[in-house]
Unconditional design. Sequence first.
Length: 370
Amino acid sequence: MGSSLPFDLILEILQRTPAESLLRFKSTCKKWYELISNDKRFMYKHLDKSTKRFLRIENRERVQILDPVTEILAVSTIPNELRHKYFTLIHCDGLMLGMCYEELGSDPNLAVWNPVMRKIKWIKPSPPLVCYWGSDYLGFGYDKTFRDNYKILRFTYLGDDDDDESYPKCQIYEFNSGSWRSIEAKFDGEIDVEVDGVSVNGSMYWIELQEKKNFILSFDFSKETFNRICDSPLYWDIKRLGCFNGDRLSLLQQNEATREIHVSVTNKLSDEVVSFSRYFSVTLPDIPLFRSIDILPLPGCFIGKNRNIIAWCEQLVGKYDDHTSIILYEIGEGGVTKRIRTGRHEADEDYNDLDNCSYVYVPSLIPVPE
């Protein structure tokens, strides 16, 4: 490689180099090509050192990836296969599981996508099904015994003929086998459809609604079981569930009238007993609402280690201006500490029909499973 540096030091440097740059380095020499393209141990060490970005789909034409620290915005063309009017995404290890469809009420398609590597794999439904359903719930994770054994969970509610109760019918797609299979995994509550689920360390998490209180429901892709891991704090109706510090959950809750925010985080999800504790609050009114409003989609956000909220969202410019601004926010306990406009477009409901302004995303070298 023509370098006097020890290879261990080169490895350490490469593990901290952005995935986008590493892909350009593949042609440097055969050893680097093998390392970046085929060495799974290197890929996962690189992933574990990578930092959070935001991913945004703009007008069904472009993919924008924003580094909230450097404020560098990378733009590329979205693959033709993903130019659908509506879709939702779930992130796991730099891979995005997407359910997309052209019109509301039409049959959706399912795909796994690595935005940095620009690779896509379409997942066909399990026979005798010929399509997926818009009412399907999805999870994305992996078997902890083999991290590269990625799995998709699909479940939907069906009526039970015996007692007319609702129960989830579950299927697992395992990339190692390339096929769907049914599993006997059940829970007796309902998923909060207003709050996106999140994949953390191979397991999937949602807010589960019960009559008297809410819970955090997990799905373990190793055991293929649902589990209630802890109570979910209940303050206000606006809620955002996220991954915190790589191995915990965060829960942002906001009062729509006052815009006051409470942020709670769990201890490590691997601990025997998991619970939420208050992390910080924001009481000033000059902060965005963390929900969709009319033509404004749901902001993307995550909780930082410095008791702050990082968000990428859309806001109307003003009363007499028919444009929308895309803004990067940093919000601390004292209020807004950073507000940077990264884009602008006409405030047209047909411009972007997506539910989310942006998604939290970690670029990776992990190939789309075959």
